[in-house]
Ligand binder design. Sequence first.
Ligand SMILES: C[S@@+](CC[C@H](N)C(=O)[O-])C[C@H]1O[C@@H](n2cnc3c(N)ncnc32)[C@H](O)[C@@H]1O
Length: 216
Amino acid sequence: MEIYNEEKFKRFMEENPFKFSEERIERAKKDFYEPRKGVMCDELVEFVLWANGYPARHEKFGDHLLPIIKRNEWKNVLEVGCGEVFLLSEYLFEKLEGKVKFTAMDKCGFARDSKDITLIDDEFTENYDISGYDLIIAQEPCEAAECIIKNCTENDKPFCVILCGAPHKRLTGEIDEDVNSWYIYLMKTYPQCGFGIWRNGRFHSGYIYSTEEFGL
Ligand SMILES: C[S@@+](CC[C@H](N)C(=O)[O-])C[C@H]1O[C@@H](n2cnc3c(N)ncnc32)[C@H](O)[C@@H]1O
């Protein structure tokens, strides 16, 4: 899989297919021209997937979720840690022809408004009221991951989360030294959940969910 093709990178920057803000464009450029060992920002991951003909992260996750949402006839979905452009909620809303209501939540605000998606600029917690939603989804929501797992597990709410490829703080405040230790901690603490490895192109990370129907 090709990564450092400058001509393609310049085209990606010009076309900006994922509506990156200036700040995100700068982040991608920094990682492209000054690569770090073993890590890559999400923006550069999107470039590598795009340049090699793989689906974007939100498209791959969205396509996995579509048949499950349809089969269960869920009508109200909350996406946590959606990022400033909430691409996953928007993708699902369009694919489901506007028949399902999507609420996208992020504690860092949004780069644009939406007439289709309800946006909540707030911090999700382990006690956040999720009673009005049929399903909670999240793509790499950093430290919100365990809040979602605990809240949904305690409230018997369907959920699935693609975890980050780096460890994030446990609810106890500790942080694991490496990502595998964090995944093992989550598996041991929430043994009733399913766990798998999510893959897209050369990238992979942990994936945790409430019931087998979300499995890979
Ligand atoms: C790595 S980004 C991923 C964004 C997007 N889901 C994506 O995959 O491109 C993680 C996002 O989670 C948000 N976040 C982290 N903890 C949160 C919390 N407790 N409540 C709401 N948003 C949170 C951050 O603000 C950030 O936008």
